[in-house]
Design a binder for this molecule. Structure first.
Ligand code: IPE
Ligand code: IPE
Ligand code: MG
Length: 254
């Protein structure tokens, strides 16, 4: 029927694109990409099949974020607690960044995407660190979307680390205790220089932070979906952005 003609589809797509208020796009979107294992299990596949599928979703979501003018996309890829998983799964997850970058780095370069990470970088295996370091160097001059991977990231570790560094700097008189306010404290976090997330998305139906950005999400808008990360789509991401635009952010005011 005529409604199925590509012409009409494109018209519909244009309309969807235009449903955004481009003045009210979240500057920073953070995503807890959860549900890869359950996605695989449902299909009788090993958990790592879910992680692989999830990697391709990252690519799709980066594209939407860029097109919508999101400036920072922080993706929770591996937590400080994820080391508890079976060795084979951890090994696979540690190899994924290299695989991802091998496939997508040229395209990310073409699209002016800058790659960064937050988390305990030194705690990663050499091969993971080296491939990410290479991507950071390659993309450091890009000023489009900042694609920020939280890797070996744990918010409590981040906060403890900040406190220890502040104490060291106070000890050596590099910092005066009176100068430590919220802004100064933020400078000691991995997210130094980044605005706080405006929108936090978690997939897979879980409604918890799992040690993600505890300090930074004080006033973020939360958006949850039951959809498992490998099934997350451009359309669902757009829905999240549209829902965000309907929120009234008050920051304690009226
Ligand atoms: C998220 O998916 C990816 C990582 C935590 C690395 P999970 O692997 O947690 O998948 P579920 O939650 O077990 O389904
Ligand atoms: C959070 O997911 C970490 C990442 C998505 C990388 P988890 O699957 O590790 O969280 P819990 O264990 O369900 O809280
Ligand atoms: Mg999980």
């Amino acid at each position: 029927m005529s409604l199925k003609l590509p012409f009409f589809k494109n018209k519909q797509k244009e309309k969807d694109d235009n449903q955004f208020d481009m003045e009210n796009i979240p500057n920073h979107v953070a995503i807890i990409m959860d549900g890869n294992g359950r996605w695989a299990k449902k299909r009788g596949l090993p958990r790592i099949a879910g992680h692989k599928e999830g990697m391709d979703v990252v690519k799709k979501i980066v594209k939407v974020a860029r097109n919508c003018n999101v400036r920072i996309l922080t993706l929770y890829a591996f937590s400080t607690e994820n080391w508890k998983r079976p060795r084979s799964e951890v090994d696979y997850l540690m190899r994924l960044p290299k695989e991802f970058l091998h496939i997508y780095l040229p395209e990310l370069m073409d699209n002016n995407v800058k790659i960064e990470t937050i988390g305990n970088f030194d705690g990663l295996p050499d091969y993971t660190r080296e491939s990410i370091q290479y991507a950071k160097e390659q993309t450091k001059g890009n000023d489009g979307l900042l694609l920020n991977f939280a890797l070996n990231y744990g918010s409590r570790f981040e906060i403890m680390r900040a406190i220890k560094q502040i104490m060291t700097d106070v000890d050596s008189s590099e910092l005066s205790i009176d100068a430590v306010d919220e802004e100064k404290f933020s400078e000691y976090l991995y997210t130094k220089g980044l605005s706080d997330p405006d929108l936090l998305i978690r997939t897979s139906g879980e409604q918890r932070l799992s040690n993600f950005l505890l300090w930074q999400v004080a006033y973020s808008e939360f958006w949850f979906t039951d959809v498992l990360w490998p099934d997350f789509s451009e359309e669902i991401f757009r829905t999240a952005l549209q829902d965000y635009q309907r929120r009234k952010r008050r920051y304690g005011g009226i």
